[in-house]
Write a protein that binds this ligand. Structure first.
Ligand SMILES: [Fe+2]
Length: 338
């Protein structure tokens, strides 16, 4: 049950769908209102802001895909979940690119909608928090900034972890990546400033997944090359989302965290030691954490299997110096902290 009565606007031309969603979401504690078309929805948003809009696509008059950019521009703190019978990968990707937090295909179960609403509100909260932090710190002096950044790190950390907690495949991932990254960094005797940068990069390395179509992320079949490229776009989108409050060095680490040491990663521009050291470290930590977790398309590997895989890819995907440092720390890494 939601306690703070987050407001949801349901936009659909079918009265029965509006009524059913209103009934279910109100029962869960949300405060719901309804609009039968795009113009009415814009009027209602202007009068009373909403935390989230559930938006149908095919409606008489303006369609949901036409309304979506207007909502994202005029009401940037309002999350949007598209709900449509159009199950077309091109339309889904377009909606996610235009700023929808999620896309649910009709006919949907009420459980699907509830999950999507929870997840989308958490994503939207994170985006808003990042933006508010930027506005708040823009004119503060250095010492205050350091204190605020420390405080803010904890807040963002909590948001990232709670966002992941809604995803059975990602739960605990960023926490593990942060721990592994710091362990490798200490093994390589990096400075405390560099370790702090690594910590931010590890926490936010996958924040760009917010912009990735969840249907592609959770696909159990083999991905097409286009779908794989779409997923990998999170490394480019992430630094742009977090740019207001991370340094260029942290942005560079996130941007290159899927680069391969031998230059054979997707759309890779730099290779070998030209890849930032932080990205080479994050790459090993991220891969190890992913391998020991279940994924939609495969079960988790054991730690021993994952270590063997890192070893197999050392010198191709992974920097040998970083991989070696990781092997030296692996015996001390706690794997059961979730
Ligand atoms: Fe990633």
């Amino acid at each position: 049950m939601v306690n703070n009565r987050e407001r949801i606007l349901i936009v659909d031309d079918e009265e029965m769908i509006r009524w059913t969603l209103n009934w279910k979401l109100s029962k869960e504690g949300y405060s719901c209102s309804e609009a039968g078309n795009a113009d009415q929805a814009l009027e209602m948003l202007t009068d009373h802001s909403a935390d989230l809009v559930i938006l149908d696509i095919n409606m008489p008059g303006k369609s949901g895909t036409e309304l979506l950019p207007a909502i994202r521009t005029d009401f940037p703190e309002t999350a949007v979940v598209m709900a449509s019978s159009l199950n077309d990968a091109g339309i889904i990707i377009q909606c996610i690119k235009e700023g929808a937090q999620d896309y649910v295909c009709k006919p949907f179960s009420l459980g699907d909608i509830l999950l999507s609403v929870d997840r989308s509100l958490a994503k939207s909260k994170l985006e808003t928090q990042i933006w508010q932090h930027y506005k708040f710190t823009a004119d503060k002096p250095g010492e205050q900034m350091a204190e605020i950044r420390g405080f803010f790190f904890g807040a963002v950390e909590n948001l990232v972890y709670s966002l992941e907690a809604n995803d059975e495949y990602m739960t605990g991932h960023s926490r593990r990546v942060k721990d592994f990254t710091l362990a490798i960094g200490r093994q390589l005797e990096l400075s405390s400033d560099t370790l702090e940068e690594m910590q931010w990069a590890a926490l936010l390395h996958d924040v760009g997944r917010i912009a990735v179509d969840p249907h592609i992320l959770n696909k159990t079949d083999k991905l097409t090359p286009d779908e794989y490229r779409h997923i990998m776009s999170h490394a480019v989108v992430g630094p742009n989302m977090a740019r207001p409050f991370i340094s260029n060095r942290v942005a560079g680490i996130i941007l290159h965290h899927h680069d391969h040491y031998d230059g054979r990663g997707i759309d890779q521009l730099v290779t070998g030691n030209d890849i930032p050291l932080g990205a080479r470290i994050l790459s090993v930590a991220d891969a190890f954490s992913a391998m020991i977790s279940d994924r939609p398309y495969r079960p988790a590997m054991s730690a021993e299997q994952a270590l063997a895989e890192i070893e197999r890819c050392t010198g191709t995907q992974f920097d040998p110096v970083v991989a070696h440092a990781f092997f030296n720390t692996a015996g001390f890494i706690k794997l059961d902290e979730d």
